[in-house]
Every structure is written in structure tokens, then in C-alpha cells.
Design a protein. Structure first.
Length: 161
């Protein structure tokens, strides 16, 4: 599944407008770094973005990628998922949604759920503060990893005496 070009263009326009409003210089490298995340359904981490952009722009540095991604997050154009001690992943989809993260391969996919959207956690968290949004990250094993881990019946039959 590919993201429509019109959605990528809309996200890029948002980045350009937010950067101008914040008086942030719009460099070619920043645009290409943001474009990489804006066009992705994979929720890439900074190293993945770096490798992909570096293939097109050999002079880009990993530091520039990190700084640009965190800048876009600070501008409200990216969200993050994943615990901080692991590799932080970036998401340019700002519509309300949730994530399924595979514990096998690390793949992250968006999904929507009216049931999860309607969770009322206000009382459960009031001792810590006021909830302003909820986001559910479901962790499990994706279909591909499940298939890869399943025993092959043909090879099982050959091993039997």
C-alpha cells in the first residue's frame, strides 16, 4: 500500500508553512528528510531516514537528520512512537489513529478503532495530571513473522521415521 502523492504534497506544504511561520530556514536537506517520513507508511527511525536520504544526497549527515526530525516534531508535524530506550520512530500521519508494532520484525502499522478511541482514562490518570489525548500501541506478532515461525508440514513429514 502506497501513500497517495496528494497526501505527501499536503504534508510537505504543512512543513513548509510551519517552518516559515517559525522562521526556520527551509533547506533542501530538511525538505528531503521530511519528505522521506511524509511519504512513508513504515514509521521509520532516524537511521532508516538517514540511509534513504543519503542515497539521494550523499552530503547529508545523521546529525542533520536527527535535528530535522526533532524540529518537525517540535513544529507539531511528526509524532513519535516506541519507548525512548529503543529506536524512536517518526510518523507524519497526524490524524487520530493507533499502532500495531510487531515484536518480531519491528514493523509498525496504523489502524483505527472506535472502541479504543472511546476509552475513558481520565479517572485512571487524574492523580498524574489531565489527559489530553490517548494513543494505543498494540504489540504482537505480524502475519509474516507468524508464518515464518510456523512449522512447515512438508518438512515435518520428511523428518518422521
Amino acid at each position: 500500500m502506497k501513500l497517495p502523492r496528494s497526501e505527501v504534497a499536503r504534508r510537505l506544504e504543512g512543513f513548509e508553512a510551519a517552518a516559515r511561520a517559525a522562521r526556520v530556514k527551509l533547506t533542501h536537506q530538511r525538505l528531503e528528510i521530511f519528505r522521506e517520513v511524509a511519504a512513508s507508511l513504515e514509521h521509520p527511525d532516524a537511521e532508516t531516514v538517514f540511509r534513504s536520504v543519503k542515497a539521494r544526497m550523499p552530503t547529508v549527515s545523521l546529525d542533520t537528520v536527527y535535528r530535522t526530525l526533532w524540529l518537525a516534531k517540535d513544529l507539531g508535524l511528526l509524532s513519535t512512537l516506541g519507548p525512548r530506550h529503543e529506536s524512536v520512530r517518526f510518523d507524519a500521519n497526524l490524524s487520530h489513529h493507533h499502532h500495531f508494532v510487531c515484536l518480531g520484525c519491528g514493523q509498525a502499522r496504523d489502524f483505527e478503532s472506535e472502541e479504543l478511541d472511546s476509552l475513558d482514562v481520565h479517572e485512571a490518570v487524574e492523580m498524574y495530571g489531565r489527559a489530553t489525548a490517548t494513543h494505543v500501541e498494540v504489540r504482537g506478532i505480524c502475519n509474516n513473522c507468524e508464518k515464518a515461525a510456523a512449522p512447515n508440514p512438508r518438512s515435518e513429514a520428511r523428518r518422521r521415521p
